[in-house]
Design a binder for this molecule. Sequence first.
Ligand SMILES: CC(C)(COP(=O)(O)OP(=O)(O)OC[C@H]1O[C@@H](n2cnc3c(N)ncnc32)[C@H](O)[C@@H]1OP(=O)(O)O)[C@@H](O)C(=O)NCCC(=O)NCCS
Length: 151
Amino acid sequence: MKIRAFQSNDEEAVVALWQACGLTRPWNDPRADIARKLTEQPELFLVGTVGAELVATAMVGFDGHRGWVYYLAVSPKHRKQSFGRALMQQAEHLLMERGCPKVNLAVRSSNSEVIEFYRQLGYVQDEVVSMGKRLIHDQTPNPSINTDAAR
Ligand SMILES: CC(C)(COP(=O)(O)OP(=O)(O)OC[C@H]1O[C@@H](n2cnc3c(N)ncnc32)[C@H](O)[C@@H]1OP(=O)(O)O)[C@@H](O)C(=O)NCCC(=O)NCCS
């Protein structure tokens, strides 16, 4: 897998990958999420390719205090080949280059496989309650949706 920054013509493949990986949510418009990321540290929006195929993503950012990783995804048919590990290593490398002392990320507590993946990479559970407040509603809010992940 080769890792590079997102390019505008990757958008369709990225959205398809996120849908295939179950990362899209009704309250997050993936195209709006991509457009917003391109306004801040676009060089930290990473994609992984095998040949011409886009197989992985990681949306990375440094806010001046902590690094954050969102939308880590590896295509189902390319999993368990250390692609996720490689993307996270590159994310950490780019964050350290910027002087970032710690990476934070959020995983649903029910997502035990991904929690185990991050444990293997040296991540530990912080004793914090993750809180968020939505500032921009991408779509009409649906009161039946439990917006537990304001991510
Ligand atoms: C999480 C994810 C990115 C892992 O990608 P991957 O390329 O398969 O992971 P790797 O092959 O790099 O795995 C690294 C280590 O994590 C562990 N691991 C990976 N997947 C695992 C799983 N499903 N269950 C338990 N451990 C796992 C393995 O121990 C592996 O170590 P090894 O290389 O010594 O075998 C991928 O499963 C994915 O895209 N999941 C769906 C999207 C998602 O939920 N993203 C996270 C949002 S918070």
